[in-house]
Design a protein around this ligand. Structure first.
Ligand SMILES: [Zn+2]
Length: 124
């Protein structure tokens, strides 16, 4: 039910979004190291690398959108998530570096297009 007071309304929304998130993580374990997690240490990780724009908004989405998005994720603890993201970023930087070392513009263009395509496909 809408509140007349906007701040109260916001606080209420934050509260149920937090509860929804906590419910998803309850009793789960990190998919990588197997440690038990809590809603404060758990993070949703897209199994395939994705530049995630919906991010934290996922919990306010309709159940249908949410389940679809959640199906593409796994639960990781903060440190495993950080490690995975760092690895992905350094791999991306390495790929880019290799390509940029070339003197051939045509090669550069080809390889960049290929790389962009690869990362775009990984999103799906
Ligand atoms: Zn972990």
């Amino acid at each position: 039910m809408p509140y007349l007071d906007k701040e109260k309304q916001k606080a209420f929304q934050r509260k149920w979004l937090k509860a929804r998130r906590a419910k998803h993580f309850k009793g789960k374990k990190c998919a990588k190291c197997g440690k038990a997690i809590s809603s404060s240490t758990a993070e949703l990780d897209h199994k395939k690398p994705k530049m995630n724009r919906t991010g934290h908004k996922i919990w306010s989405r309709s159940k249908e959108v949410r389940s679809k998005e959640i199906a593409k994720t796994q639960i990781l603890c903060k440190s495993c998530h950080r490690e995975k993201t760092n690895k992905q970023l350094s791999k991306m930087a390495e790929d880019l570096n290799t390509i940029l070392q070339s003197d051939s513009t045509i090669y550069l263009e080809e390889q960049l297009t290929k790389l962009i395509k690869e990362y775009k496909n990984a999103k799906k």
